[in-house]
Design a protein around this ligand. Structure first.
Ligand code: ARG
Length: 461
């Protein structure tokens, strides 16, 4: 008897693959994490082959039993994968041959690695996206808790990183929830498009054997089967979509991380983190750095890099399976791993924030923060906005030029810039008054923010 070939495609070949080519084309190191998905897909495929009588029922049972045992072992990290196997599909086939003997020769009926690998990948993505959804939800809850804890804490709001207008710390944090909610929606929509069974497409044109694709879809929990076999084995648009959505999520996470980094600096000082999240310097003994946030900020560049890699990989490929597609997994896995690590890290970060009200208060004594409120005050007294804007601008320049605060400037000086100024103007120069004046929908007005907190509490808990 001939020695069983260790490749899934040895028949046509009389000489072994050159070692450098063997090494160069191997993918086991990367695709071994698809093992669980591959085994489950194979179990469903074996059952279907038996049910449709394409293979004898006895063989089908034997296969399902052996594969189920392998799945159990794989989950425990106890299944040996032959390190010389070309890929995870080959490694599993080799192990199956050991466990199921002759029956193993029936499994690859009506199947190609082309529809197999993309089936595994879709299964993997569906589950990964569920985990990501959970993790975003967990982060949202942590942020919400922190928004609640921020309570009446007011901070300066910044544009151009310059003092702009006072706002509630909770308002900023609740804004993060909105962005993350859109990320969840996008990723859920992507998951809906992933949820389609390609198995049964064969190498690219389907098969002449009487397979039952809907049965396999049901067994694997796919809600539908793909409609076109070439499309099914060619497309990786679902992977590009996931990475795009993760990239956008990454933009949010990096901005949140950056806000927190700034707020935790000596210069801002609005918050500080539990020491156990911070890291030190090998030379400067005093240092306690938020490296975990910096790496969250940096991780986004990797996700975007993975997306660009995948785009570049896919661009210009012809229809049908091409071996280029083997490298899709590195991009996708890295993007998913990064995003998941970043989500967990930020969740931890939000659980470990301590506010320092004094630092924020110091900043809020900058009267420039109330300039817009002064202009709106004039508008309410009938002054056209453009004139009010100019009057307040000149007033600030005047006070600054004389080195005197608005609070100690006599009313008659105010009136030099607009006769509409009255005694009430002094009451505007404090943070809570500024916050309370905000009334528009979606604003930082305390009543609005309280309502948002309640709405999010209902939604997330
Ligand atoms: N390792 C391959 C991949 O990841 C499996 C499919 C190989 N198919 C083939 N026709 N060579 O894409």
């Amino acid at each position: 008897m001939r020695r069983p070939n260790r490749k899934l495609w040895g028949g046509r070949f009389s000489r072994p693959t050159a070692l450098p080519i063997e090494r160069f084309t191997q993918s086991l190191r990367v695709d071994q994490r698809l093992g669980g998905c591959d085994l489950r897909a194979s179990i469903a495929h074996a059952r279907m082959l038996g049910k449709t009588k394409i293979i004898p029922a006895r063989i089908s049972r034997r296969l399902a039993k052996a594969l189920t045992g392998m799945l159990r072992d794989f989950k425990r990290g106890k299944m040996r994968l032959d390190p010389s196997a070309e890929d995870i599909h080959t490694a599993i086939q080799l192990e199956l041959e050991k466990r199921a003997g002759e029956a193993a020769q029936y499994l690859h009926t009506a199947r190609s690695r082309n529809d197999q690998v993309v089936t595994d990948l879709r299964l993997y993505c569906k589950e990964a996206l569920e985990r990501v959804d959970d993790q975003i939800l967990r982060l949202q809850r942590k942020i919400l808790d922190q928004a609640g804890r921020a309570g009446a804490q007011i901070i300066p709001g910044y544009t151009h990183l310059q003092h702009a207008q006072p706002m509630l710390g909770a308002h900023l944090f609740l804004g993060y929830l909105e962005a993350l909610e859109r990320d969840r929606q996008r990723l859920r929509a992507a998951r809906g498009r992933v949820d389609e069974l390609p198995l049964g497409s064969g190498a690219l044109t389907g098969t002449g054997l009487p397979i039952d694709r809907k049965l396999v879809a049901g067994l694997l929990g796919f809600s539908r089967v793909s409609e076109n076999s070439v499309d099914a084995v060619t497309e990786r648009d679902f992977a590009a979509e996931i990475l795009s959505d993760l990239g956008i999520l990454g933009l949010h996470l990096s901005r949140i991380a950056e806000d927190l980094i700034l707020f935790a600096t000596h210069e801002f000082g609005f918050i500080r983190f539990d020491e156990r999240l911070l890291t030190g310097s090998s030379m400067m003994p005093q240092k306690q750095n938020p490296d975990f946030l910096e790496l969250t900020r940096a991780g986004t560049s990797r996700i975007i890099g993975n997306l660009m890699q995948l785009f570049t990989l896919l661009k210009g490929l012809p229809s049908g399976y091409q071996r280029d597609l083997q490298l899709d997994k590195e991009c996708l896995f890295e993007g998913l791993d990064r995003a998941q690590g970043m989500l967990d890290t930020l969740s931890l970060g939000f659980g470990a924030i301590h506010w320092n009200p004094k630092a924020a208060l110091r900043q809020l004594s900058d009267e420039a923060l109330y300039a817009t409120d002064l202009a709106e005050y004039l508008v309410l007294k009938g002054v056209p906005f453009a004139l009010a804007h100019r009057a307040v601008g000149q007033l600030l320049a005047h006070a600054e030029g004389r080195g005197i605060s608005l609070a100690s400037l006599p009313l008659k000086e105010f009136r030099r810039f607009s006769p509409a100024f009255e005694q009430g103007v002094y009451a505007l120069l404090n943070p809570s008054a500024s916050i309370r004046r905000k009334r528009s929908l979606g604003s930082t007005g305390p009543a609005r923010v309280r309502a948002c907190l309640l709405r999010w509490q209902k939604k997330l808990h």
